[in-house]
Write a protein that binds this ligand. Structure first.
Ligand SMILES: [Mg+2]
Length: 320
């Protein structure tokens, strides 16, 4: 099967059409239209087999994750998804693999109304690169740099699930059957928090998505905003499945250090707290206050029930 046939059969035919795409797949470039009053947010992410996902990951999960991690970056900036391009490196042409991959990819694309507008397929080690484009209002974008001392720090959803899922997948951890499915799905099928991202426009002072783990990712906010943070570790939101699968000490280690959750971390001023509560309730989004921003540049303090937090377990060092 030639490159052209792969693109035509697995990608072009399954593509839905947005009105703002003037030329989609099939020419040297795609041509699209950005609506007046909006700016373009652009992000790119590469997932490499054996590095960013285990070698035996099903094609449906690889496709979902490759698009979802890009959508998560759009969510972190309050962007609304529009278009994406896909560069696929495949060791061989496996039609069953491509069918499963593309079906999953277009399920997620249709759900978020994001259109594939071009890309490339090459022969090589399995890797997937997606570049996603979204719209943001042209005034005051949501960035990492607006956090101020006194702002409250929130996270959406629950933390640590994907990390536990990965350790189950690797055979390092054994959990009960009903937890296993939930935790592995959190690893393979992350939910980009796009609704939360747009709801936080003009309310949050800063925002980032959690891809590398809370401890690592919050540092980007502290650096960009030139401030510090105090996190109440005992306030970190944990899922029932996570709490049932590991002991308390490890649960907080995963929530602090493990990556791949793709939840949003954001900061909100005291003044905007009421508006935030209304926005979260209206959009049916769960978010938890886990601490506050301090004035001490780039200092991250971890507390547990108001005492300095010391983890006794290796999990914490493993991630930090
Ligand atoms: Mg990101």
């Amino acid at each position: 099967m030639k490159e052209f046939d792969i693109i035509e059969r697995f990608f072009n035919q399954k593509c839905h059409q947005r009105k703002d795409v003037i030329h989609g797949i099939g020419d040297d470039c795609a041509i699209t239209r950005v609506p007046e009053g909006l700016n373009l947010a652009i992000t790119t992410d590469t997932l490499i087999s054996g590095v960013h996902f285990p070698i035996d990951t099903p094609p449906e999960a690889i496709a979902h994750k490759a698009l979802a991690v890009n959508l998560s970056d759009l969510a972190a900036m309050g962007a609304e998804p529009a278009w994406y391009s896909l560069s696929l490196s495949l060791p061989e042409v496996d039609e069953n693999w491509l069918e499963a991959f593309s079906t999953s990819l277009f399920e997620l694309s249709r759900y978020y109304s994001i259109q594939l507008i071009g890309g490339d397929t090459v022969q090589g080690p399995l890797s997937v690169t997606i570049t996603a484009h979204g719209f943001v209002p042209n005034e005051s974008p949501l960035t990492r740099s607006g956090a101020k001392p006194g702002d409250m720090i929130y996270v959406s959803g629950t933390l640590g699930d994907a990390g536990v899922g990965l350790d189950i997948q690797k055979g390092k951890l054994i959990a009960s059957e009903h937890c296993v499915q939930y935790l592995i799905n959190r690893l393979y099928y992350p939910s980009p928090r796009l609704l939360a991202g747009t709801a936080l426009r003009r309310i949050a002072s800063s925002c980032i998505d959690l891809s590398d783990g809370l401890i690592r990712d919050i540092q980007h906010v502290l650096k960009a905003s030139e401030c510090g943070a105090r996190i109440q570790v005992d306030k970190l939101p944990l899922s029932v499945a996570l709490k049932e699968s590991v002991d308390v000490e490890d649960a907080y280690s995963y929530a602090l250090g493990a990556g791949d959750d793709y939840e949003l971390l954001f900061t909100v001023s005291e003044e905007n707290k009421g508006t935030l509560d209304i926005a979260l309730a209206n959009a049916n989004i769960s978010a938890t206050c886990i601490g506050h921003i301090t004035g001490i540049k780039q200092k991250l303090e971890l507390r547990f029930e108001d005492q300095p937090y010391q983890s006794l377990r290796s999990g914490f060092e493993h991630f930090s």
